[in-house]
Design a protein around this ligand. Structure first.
Ligand SMILES: [Zn+2]
Ligand SMILES: [Zn+2]
Length: 238
């Protein structure tokens, strides 16, 4: 008979979202919009920028956000615990809860869905704001970071839309155009052991990363260095 794991997270651990986390998340959302607007304004008021370069930069930042979403999703799905201080309740908990109850994200409001990602982008946006807009490469670097952060900000919202039985009309159009994460595409991730299609901004990079075994390779490296076992907490939940 399998003994219960006393370190396994309880349902209360998985569903906890306290007032302190909400205050932090709200501050993160406000910080995101203020810092992004200030960085765009600073780059915009510098020397003129070729529109093609601006569009290419914004596109590259958006694609980078998809890669980043995959790396972060994989990391918090695979390593650490919901009881890890600070990171556990803020970042690990939403991912683990999502596997146990995939529709919980559809019951969360805007602040709970988007707050953590906004908080995480604020230091990057501060760095972008600190880049003097004195040359075209500097302006484009600042805009690339804003596009990356915008994609990261949108990621959980796009992920939520991918789980909604009836997404808003605008979201459905974006899904049908392939500009945001699609429902059928993301459903692949929700097949146990939840170890494919980690990218959840647009999902554009998933076929490439899965076909080359990108995340399995990273896991072998980390296990080889630390001895930690991938998805160890998932095993304690089943
Ligand atoms: Zn996952
Ligand atoms: Zn999902």
């Amino acid at each position: 008979m399998v003994q219960p794991d006393e370190n396994a997270p309880t349902p209360e651990d998985l569903s906890r979202y306290g007032a302190g986390a909400r205050v932090l998340d709200t501050a993160g959302i406000v910080g995101f919009f203020v810092l992004a607007a200030a960085t765009i304004w600073r780059a915009w008021t510098g020397p003129p920028m070729p529109p093609v370069a601006v569009l290419a930069t914004l596109g590259a930042g958006y694609v980078a956000a998809d890669l980043f979403s995959g790396l972060v999703h994989w990391f918090f799905d695979t390593w650490l615990s919901v009881r890890t201080p600070l990171l556990g309740p803020m970042f690990v908990r939403p991912f683990r809860e999502h596997h146990v109850d995939p529709l919980s994200i559809t019951r969360h409001d805007f602040v709970e869905v988007n707050g953590s990602n906004c908080l995480a982008t604020c230091p990057v946006l501060v760095a972008a704001l600190a880049i003097p807009p004195s040359s075209l490469p500097a302006q484009l670097a600042a805009l690339a970071l804003v596009a990356l952060c915008f994609g990261i900000f949108c990621t959980n919202q796009f992920h939520r839309w991918a789980h909604l039985p009836s997404p808003p009309r605008a979201a459905k159009i974006l899904q049908d155009l392939g500009l945001v994460l699609g429902r059928a595409h993301h459903a692949v991730h929700h097949q146990a052991p939840y170890a494919r299609h980690y990218c959840i901004t647009t999902g554009w990079l998933n076929p490439v990363l899965d076909s080359i075994g990108f995340f399995r390779g990273l896991e072998r490296v980390i296990t080889g260095i630390t001895g930690a076992r991938a998805r160890a907490e998932d095993a304690s939940l089943t």
